[in-house]
Design a protein. Structure first.
Length: 499
């Protein structure tokens, strides 16, 4: 079956190559994204408490590539009106940003609400409303209050209640102004990178164990906040709520190699399916291959119970269908080359549970070691989502390219152009229901463990200057033209030639 799919994908790609679409369908919307810890700064100001990224970057600065932190970042806490000016220049329909849990609830729990946090986000929301820019707001973009991490963070089942309470506060306080919510940004990064590894804070590195405890709790917390919104707030606030799932799309390096085809599918199930399958499929629950693989490995390790178990019927039903749209963050594609376990894989681990080897030797490069430029992989992912998840309405909630910060950022422009072109292909040729697109990111910001060494913004930010001046890059004009005309720009100054 997977083999047949790849043959069809190949044939479709051949047919597609001759047609160049440039116009976006009516109603398609464009936005740009940021996240609280990456831009706000003011890390300990006016009642905000420490979050897990403050803790990591202060106590283990050697873990951040350039030793920077989010103490000031882009200073958006003080300069949010500059952010709004930039958004206005771009002409975006919506602005995706996230709320800082530790700014709103310094203890992490609902027992103490920080009035300054409420004030800050109301000011930002009012400034956006004045410019007619819709907010698309993420509740959790990785900056967990340290108080909750001290209790085990996402490995603790009590997090389901804490997150629900936090979501409740946000819906109650901001729900008349915010009509589009995202519960979690990139659950894979949260569970695998932060708990199963040390690639993200709090860097727990409980490989093969903490990552799965996290996914059990995170998916339940997502479902509970969805139901809360659906039952209590939606009837009066009329908004929508979704989750943003990230993907590195895995493809067989040789589509005629049956083993690689199967392994790529297993890898996609472990990566995207881990969080998408429980929410977006008819049967619900974790992907069968994941449950089987982990059970087999766990038995071999002598465990009496698998490290990951399927949800019971109650939770399968409770989690299923809890997202109005499929939010996709996508940047890159990796190639699967064959069976066997990567010799660097820890034991036990998510990677070992997959049993596949991936290589990045594909496409053009960027400033991020993990980000290779493979526009056609995006189209393949989107077609796969359509067929795997029953043709869901899709928002691209992130897509973007890193460099070292050049102002004439032709590589970024080409990336956007080629990836957006693939979106047009799947909309028109395959009927994939993509409704909107979000570029990452408004301005260069704190790129987690890469600090400011990898830059994704439309605006360059000088972090050596306390005023944090922002300078427009050429890609900002490209995006502005695209949005103004709802069409891929043809202007020669962008140095891109349409197919
Ligand atoms: C995904 C994350 O959501 C965002 O925070 C990050 O900066 C970008 N990818 C680029 O790595």
């Amino acid at each position: 079956m997977a083999m047949l799919t790849w043959t069809i994908i190949g044939l479709l790609a051949l047919c597609h190559s001759s047609i160049a679409y440039t116009k976006f369908p009516p109603g398609f919307t464009f936005g740009v994204a940021t996240a609280s810890h990456q831009i706000e700064g003011a890390w300990n100001v006016n009642g905000k408490s420490e979050n897990v990224w403050d803790r990591l970057s202060h106590t283990r600065p050697e873990m951040i590539a350039d030793g920077t932190n989010g103490d000031i970042a882009c200073d958006s806490y003080n300069r949010y009106l500059e952010d709004v000016e930039e958004l206005e220049y771009l002409g975006v329909d919506f602005y995706r940003f996230s709320l800082s849990w530790a700014r709103l609830l310094p203890t992490g729990r609902i027992d103490h609400v920080n009035p300054d946090g409420i004030r800050y986000y109301n000011d930002l929301l009012d400034a956006l409303a004045e410019k007619n820019i819709e907010p698309l707001v993420t509740l959790f973009h990785w900056d967990l209050p340290q108080t909750l991490q001290d209790l085990g963070g996402w490995t603790n089942p009590k997090m389901i209640d804490y997150f629900r309470d936090y979501a409740d506060l946000c819906f109650k306080e901001f729900g008349t102004k915010i009509k589009s919510w995202i519960t979690f940004n990139e659950p894979y990064e949260i569970c695998e990178d932060a708990y199963g590894d040390e690639k993200k804070a709090p860097a727990i590195n409980s490989h093969g164990v903490g990552n799965y405890l996290c996914s059990d709790n995170l998916l339940k917390a997502h479902a509970e906040s969805y139901h809360l919104y659906n039952e209590t707030y939606r009837p009066v606030q009329n908004g929508r709520i979704m989750i943003s799932i990230n993907s590195i799309w895995y493809e067989p390096s040789d589509p005629s190699n049956a083993e690689q085809v199967v392994l790529a599918e297993v890898a996609n199930q472990f990566k995207f399916g881990w969080f998408a399958h429980p929410i977006f499929t008819v049967e619900g629950g974790y992907p069968a291959v994941m449950v089987e693989n982990v059970a087999r490995q766990s038995a071999a390790e002598g465990l009496s119970k698998p490290r990951l178990e399927q949800f019971d019927d109650y939770w399968i039903q409770r989690i299923k269908g809890t997202s109005d749209f499929l939010g996709i963050n996508h940047y890159t594609t990796w190639l699967v080359t064959g069976a066997g376990v990567d010799p660097t894989a820890k034991s036990p681990s998510w990677l070992k549970d997959i049993g596949a080897v991936a290589t990045m030797e594909v496409g053009g490069d960027s400033a991020s070691e993990w980000l290779r430029v493979v526009p056609t992989g995006f189209a393949n992912l989107l077609r796969w989502c359509k067929s795997s998840y029953n043709d869901p309405p899709i928002y691209i909630t992130e897509n973007g390219f890193s460099d070292l910060g050049t102002l004439l950022d032709y590589d970024r422009i080409k990336y956007y152009n080629d990836y957006l072109s693939e979106i047009l292909n799947v909309i028109y040729d395959d009927g994939v229901n993509v409704l909107g697109y979000t570029a990452w990111t408004l301005m260069d910001n704190f790129e987690w463990r890469a600090g400011f060494s990898e830059r994704f913004g439309f605006y360059y930010v000088n972090i050596t200057d306390p005023e944090r001046p922002r300078t427009k890059k050429l890609s900002a004009d490209y995006y502005r033209d695209l949005i103004a005309n709802r069409e891929l720009p043809q202007d020669k100054r962008y140095k891109i030639s349409q197919k």
